[in-house]
Design a protein around this ligand. Structure first.
Ligand code: AKG
Length: 262
């Protein structure tokens, strides 16, 4: 299967070229079998507690589930995020998505804010929400609740035609990501994408982490949970937006998160 695969860890010039050209890349096999199981068990707990019916997304699961907290700054992925966003960014949100057994196709969309369409900002649409999606169930062939993306569509000057967006017609240029559980898809908010159908008889889980410039408001929380902030690490606290600024708003540099190499 033709995939824009990159190696875990250091962000290379080729990673950057792939990301700029396609708008996404895949890091295969980031999580071990044990880690995948811990994350799936955590996902099941979250969706059971929320009584999710049908397709559903739960925010903030990383606060109560340590297996998901650990993925916020995973060493296989964090260098890619820093390579693309620099050192000053936040984790705007973390969403755990369940696509139920035999779930149907999702709708084509770009990520952003329905309150203010990112296409009003500039062309090409800037990178405001960089997403790292940890596939927690196998998606090795189409029809497993895969992510489907249109490569390079983050640079399209025109919107996706309505007939395609509404699912009445197919596009010949979409790409169904096929990768084993534990792989990570990193993608630009402006890439047109949707969840592909899921023909199997078990629920599909994916954990999405969204990284944004520091002046973007968090979207899965109005405020940080005090207990979580006390128990988590300094880097994760900073990723939650807990940093002091020498002035407001962002007129001068503030101290970046205490990444190990800083
Ligand atoms: O089904 C999924 O996990 C992906 C959902 C999606 O496309 C989104 O949250 O923007």
């Amino acid at each position: 299967m033709f995939n824009p695969s990159v190696s875990a860890g250091a962000f290379t010039e080729l990673d950057q070229f792939i990301f700029e050209s396609w708008g996404y890349f895949v890091i295969p096999n980031v999580l071990s079998k044990e880690e995948i199981k811990e994350c799936v068990d955590a996902s099941i707990r979250l969706h059971e507690a929320a009584s999710t019916v049908g397709w559903g997304q739960i925010g903030r699961g990383y606060e109560s589930e340590y297996a998901l907290e650990k993925l916020m700054d995973h060493p296989a992925v964090l260098p890619k995020i820093r390579g693309l966003l620099g050192d000053r960014f936040i984790m705007q949100s973390g969403w755990n998505t369940m696509q139920p057994a035999k779930g149907c196709m999702g709708g084509w969309h770009q990520d952003g804010s329905s309150a203010f369409d990112f296409n009003k900002l500039a062309y090409p649409i800037p990178l405001i929400q960089l997403r790292a999606s940890f596939l927690l169930t196998d998606q090795e062939e189409p029809g497993m609740g895969n992510m489907e993306l249109i490569p390079g569509s983050h640079r399209s000057l025109v919107p996706l035609p309505d007939l395609i967006r509404t699912g009445k017609l197919d596009t010949p240029i979409s790409h169904v990501i096929c990768a084993p559980a534990g792989s990570v898809l990193v993608f630009h908010n402006a890439v047109w994408h949707r969840s592909y159908e899921h023909n199997w008889d078990y629920d599909r889980y994916t954990m999405h982490y969204i990284y944004s410039p520091p002046w973007v408001k968090p979207s899965d929380r109005f405020s940080n949970d005090v207990g979580f902030m006390q128990k988590t690490t300094p880097v994760r606290r900073a990723l939650m937006g807990d940093f002091s600024r020498p002035d407001a708003p962002f007129g001068a540099n503030y101290t970046p998160p205490p990444f190990e190499d800083n």
